[in-house]
Design a binder for this molecule. Structure first.
Ligand SMILES: C[S@@+](CC[C@H](N)C(=O)[O-])C[C@H]1O[C@@H](n2cnc3c(N)ncnc32)[C@H](O)[C@@H]1O
Length: 253
């Protein structure tokens, strides 16, 4: 199988969340899934392993799946550097994972389901989960980062599909999940990001798909968006954007 392409700028976005977000997504995911030391945890579309590595501090065995080689190489380097022994990974599609039935206690799929065949991935999750196993699927809710999109739109009419309101919303997959799981709950979580200056905001913005997808359409997009960001900063004293995470909690009963 040929590995899928992975945009290089995605490698950096987690760093900005760590610096500027009020809360830590990993803490919220742990509250939802309640990992235990005897658990096997699977992360589908794991990327560089941001969530996988966090769960590895609790769970016995942690497996990451991604169909792109670039983030898995970054994950492999971290695992090797830190001599982490309970993390493994598979470069394969989330739709077809070579693990045995009923062998995984917890599954996460974060910000990745809209890029996959949702029905196939949700069926894989059900097949792999033990009875009593739990899964969380996260995405971006309607009105996610609305303030950043407003700043962008002030200078650029084009918004890439991933930022179209609701495209990455996990709630979109509730209907298909209800055909596969007996228990499906919708959850929402809000995580504000506060940027004390324009330069900090611009570092984040220029690493998003929103900017990357539009920068060739408007001359000097970075410079003109910085001017709008400056106006927001002068008006509000900070640039605040609100990440709104939508999630589906699934249980195999
Ligand atoms: C936006 S990233 C999220 C990465 C990680 N879950 C996180 O939150 O940091 C989406 C990930 O899904 C992976 N992906 C997309 N389609 C996939 C598929 N069909 N099978 C497996 N992974 C896939 C991409 O390579 C990418 O690493």
């Amino acid at each position: 199988m040929k590995a899928a392409a992975y945009p290089e700028h995605w490698l950096e976005t987690v760093r900005f969340h760590r610096r500027f977000a009020e809360h830590d997504l990993n803490d919220w995911l742990c509250e939802q899934l309640a990992p235990q030391p005897h658990h096997t945890f699977l992360d589908i579309g794991c990327g560089t392993g941001e969530q996988l590595l966090h769960f590895a501090s609790v769970c016995r065995r942690c497996i990451g799946v991604d169909n792109a080689e670039l983030p898995l190489r970054r994950l492999a380097a971290i695992v090797q550097d830190q001599n982490i022994r309970n993390v493994e990974w598979l470069c394969c599609p989330g739709e077809c994972i070579s693990l045995d039935d009923s062998t995984v206690d917890l599954v996460a799929c974060n910000f990745a389901l809209p890029y996959m065949n949702a029905r196939q991935v949700l069926s894989e999750i059900r097949r792999l989960l033990t009875n009593g196993g739990r899964s969380i699927i996260t995405g971006y809710a309607i009105d996610n980062v609305a303030e950043m999109i407003a700043i962008h739109r002030d200078r650029c009419p084009y918004v890439v599909p991933g930022y179209i309101n609701g495209f990455c919303d996990a709630a979109r997959f509730a209907d298909v999940a209800e055909h596969i799981f007996s228990r499906v709950e919708q959850r929402t979580w809000t995580n504000p990001m506060r940027f004390p200056g324009v330069a900090d905001f611009m570092q984040y913005y220029t690493h998003t798909d929103l900017y990357m997808g539009a920068k060739d359409m408007v001359e000097d997009l970075e410079k003109s968006v910085a001017a709008t960001a400056q106006a927001v900063l002068s008006r509000d004293g900070e640039i605040r954007i609100t990440k709104v995470i939508s999630a589906l909690y699934l249980a195999k009963e």
